[in-house]
Design a protein around this ligand. Structure first.
Ligand code: ACM
Length: 704
């Protein structure tokens, strides 16, 4: 599909007649009385049609949308029936669905078949048979590291509906904040949330908002590690005393008293991920069971995520009582002790009618086969967990906080054993230099056997996690989208849908659709730019349109000394997908292949970038902006080089030497996702990489 309507995720089967027809008013005719849920879906559909293409005029024929759908008792479960068939022919649209999920998906597809033509709204005739490849297609949003408002969560649910994602995994607790109200343990929100949490009635409203859109909500209360915020409320449950106290910015605080005055000092950020529950305390098991029972009632979903990731050995081994318990009970190491803890939690959840889901560490525990294992470390765990008979949800390869491009995630298949383009040596090196989380980017394991048919059947699907250390509420939309749309297609469409150029043809169109129907990615980045450079937004707008943020958690390294300044920096604005640069790089390739029709377009872009630095230095009045001055200057130099490469002559030895030098500087930075700052690489202090470098390389080479 290289032209025609922009459908994303691509349907399983589609054929076009080649005709487009006018679409003025729509009359929806249900073959039976529509349910309240179906009526709400229809109202959203009609509202979005207007948002996207304007109101219908009264002239012209009315199109009839006939809807025939079953009542699916398994709606909003992993077994729900999501298939639909859609036919658009003349003034008749027929949507047949197996249940409410199929109706919702069908509406999303119809919206993508509509475009605004010279004479108003038009719809492309099509015959579609569609159903998802995987039944679990999720996003994981971390609201602990940075709190996300209700409205912000709702916007993501709207975008998920339109891209056919069906699970919100809500990471509600972690070291930084405990974000959900407990009536049974109110200190959790009083002492663990820094005043930012969801009340129970707000949680119910989000669950309902999601359910209306065909989206299940799986809550995560992460234990026994990642529990600092919980332990600030209930320090008696901790494996280590005293429990670190932090302020709202996550800095470590100490209090001292002198002359009857108590003063609090808060300084640099410690590691907020390490604090853990005491696994051998019966009080801890009771607490966890009661908390899950209370929270589980707010979420109708069968699944509840109990975390289980990254317990640091020393948290437990430095506590003599835990060590003697391990000796007395024959637990040889921390994973063995954690396995016993996991089994107890699983029993408690099962008694509450819930099915446990956990990060892949839980697969080492003696737990029933129905426990869903979320594979995050690498595909080896997909192999072992499916072999043990567990359903698996794969998030390794989809970590959005690594700040890779859509293309990178698009290349990862949930049920492939090699979702990677890194060598094992690279991964090793990277792991030593970054957070432990990095491995989840790519999971190379060349020796691993591919999944057999039985194992593949156990792969329910995938989830794209966005950990929010460096994602504020205003950044969320642009950090999740458009990349989540690319991943949505990977989870929904046939495995054979792989054309990256076609993905990038469609993503900007889909992004526009999402923005017009409520997403605020553009609006928020524009606002961030205006706040940073109020006198003239153009230079920073241009700079951030052709740069991408550094990958592999290099941003976290840059943020470590700077703290929250990184949230208001050019690198927080730049998107991991620079559509402008992708387009430029593609045009440069066409030029190199002999297509001279693109010269004017190339020159136009290059001229803008070539003159941008002079304007940028005028507006770069704050330290964060000044950090990006070298990158701004390099961008302009590279653009001048590109313009020179387009000239018929002048490419002598000296020019090539200069070109080589300019490009070498860029090649030492982190332009590709397989590289990370080491002794031969540098992290630009601005956190920005120039994304037109491949195109400039191409133009320079084409002079030879
Ligand atoms: C994780 O990234 N710690 C699940």
């Amino acid at each position: 599909m290289s032209s025609g309507p922009v459908l994303l995720p691509a349907p399983a089967h589609i054929s076009f007649s080649g005709q487009s027809i006018r679409l003025e008013g729509i009359k929806i005719v249900w073959d039976r009385k529509a349910t309240p849920l179906e009526k709400k879906a229809a109202t959203r559909f009609l509202g979005r049609l207007e948002q996207l293409h304007g109101a219908a005029t009264d002239t012209g024929p009315k199109t009839v949308l006939h809807i025939r759908t079953g009542q699916d008792p398994s709606y909003l479960t992993v077994n729900e029936r999501e298939g639909y068939r859609l036919s658009v022919k003349g003034q008749n649209i027929r949507l047949e669905a197996d249940g409410p999920a199929g109706v919702i998906h069908g509406f999303a597809t119809i919206l993508q078949l509509v475009h605004t033509g010279p004479s108003g709204r038009q719809i492309t005739e099509a015959d579609i048979q569609d159903a998802p490849r995987f039944s679990w297609r999720g996003l994981m949003i971390d609201v602990s590291r940075h709190f996300m408002s209700l409205e912000t969560m709702e916007r993501q649910l709207d975008a998920m509906e339109l891209t056919k994602l069906n699970v919100l995994h809500w990471h509600l607790s972690d070291g930084t904040g405990f974000r959900i109200e407990s009536l049974r343990y109110p200190k959790l929100q009083q002492a663990g949330a820094h005043h930012q949490y969801y009340t129970q009635s707000q949680v119910r409203s989000i669950v309902q908002y999601a359910a209306d859109r065909g989206i299940r909500v799986v809550p995560e209360i992460d234990i026994p590690g990642h529990t600092l915020s919980l332990l600030q409320a209930y320090p008696e449950l901790a494996a280590q005393q005293p429990v670190l106290v932090t302020d709202a910015a996550g800095r470590a605080c100490t209090t001292s008293s002198a002359d009857g005055q108590t003063t609090t000092h808060c300084n640099r950020r410690p590691n907020l991920n390490n604090a853990a529950l005491n696994p051998v305390s019966p009080q801890v098991i009771d607490f966890a069971a009661n908390l899950y029972a209370e929270i589980g009632k707010l979420f109708p979903d069968r699944y509840i995520h109990s975390g289980g990731d990254e317990v640091q050995d020393q948290q437990w081994l430095d506590n003599p009582a835990i060590v003697s318990y391990m000796k007395a009970n024959g637990y040889k190491d921390v994973p063995a002790l954690q396995a016993a803890f996991t089994a107890k939690i699983e029993k408690a959840l099962a008694a509450q009618g819930k099915i446990m889901m956990g990060w892949d560490e839980v697969s080492e525990a003696p737990i029933p086969k129905d426990v869903v294992v979320e594979v995050w470390r690498n595909a080896k765990w997909t192999g072992s967990a499916t072999k043990a008979g567990h359903p698996v949800v794969v998030s390794a390869g989809y970590y959005l906080d690594l700040l890779y491009s859509s293309a990178n995630h698009y290349a990862v298949d949930p049920d492939a054993t090699r979702p990677a383009n890194l060598s094992a040596a690279d991964t090793d090196r990277l792991l030593h230099q970054t957070l432990g989380r990095l491995e989840s980017a790519f999971a190379p394991d060349p020796d691993m056997a591919p999944l057999d048919e039985a194992q593949r059947k156990m792969v329910l699907g995938g989830e794209a996690p966005l950990w929010a250390e460096i994602v504020s509420d205003e950044m969320l939309d642009a950090r999740l989208w458009p990349r989540s749309a690319a991943i949505a297609e990977r989870f929904w469409s046939p495995a054979t849908v792989q054309d990256v150029d076609d993905l990038y043809r469609r993503l900007p169109v889909i992004m526009n659709e999402l923005e017009k129907t409520g997403l605020l990615a553009r609006e928020h980045t524009d606002r961030m730019i205006a706040e940073l450079t109020p006198s003239n937004i153009t230079p920073l707008t241009i700079l951030t349109s052709v740069t991408v943020p550094v990958q592999n958690y290099a941003m976290n390294h840059l943020a470590a000394p700077a703290g929250d300044a990184m949230l208001k920096s050019p690198a927080a604005i730049a998107s991991p997908d620079s559509f402008s640069a992708i387009e430029f790089n593609a045009l440069a390739k066409r030029y190199a292949a002999g297509d001279r029709s693109v010269v004017e377009q190339l020159r136009k872009s290059l001229n803008i970038w070539a003159t941008n630095d002079a304007a940028y230095v005028q507006v770069a009045t704050s330290p964060q902006l000044q950090l990006a001055e070298p990158v701004s200057k390099q961008l302009s130099q590279l653009a001048v080089l590109g313009l020179e490469a387009l000239e018929p002559g002048g490419h002598d030895r000296a020019w090539h030497k200069k070109a080589h030098q300019l490009l070498a500087v860029q090649d030492l930075t982190l332009i590709d996702p397989t590289s990370f700052a080491g002794k031969d690489r540098v992290i630009p202090p601005s956190g920005l990489l120039i994304a037109i470098v491949p195109g400039i390389h191409t133009l320079v080479q084409s002079t030879r």
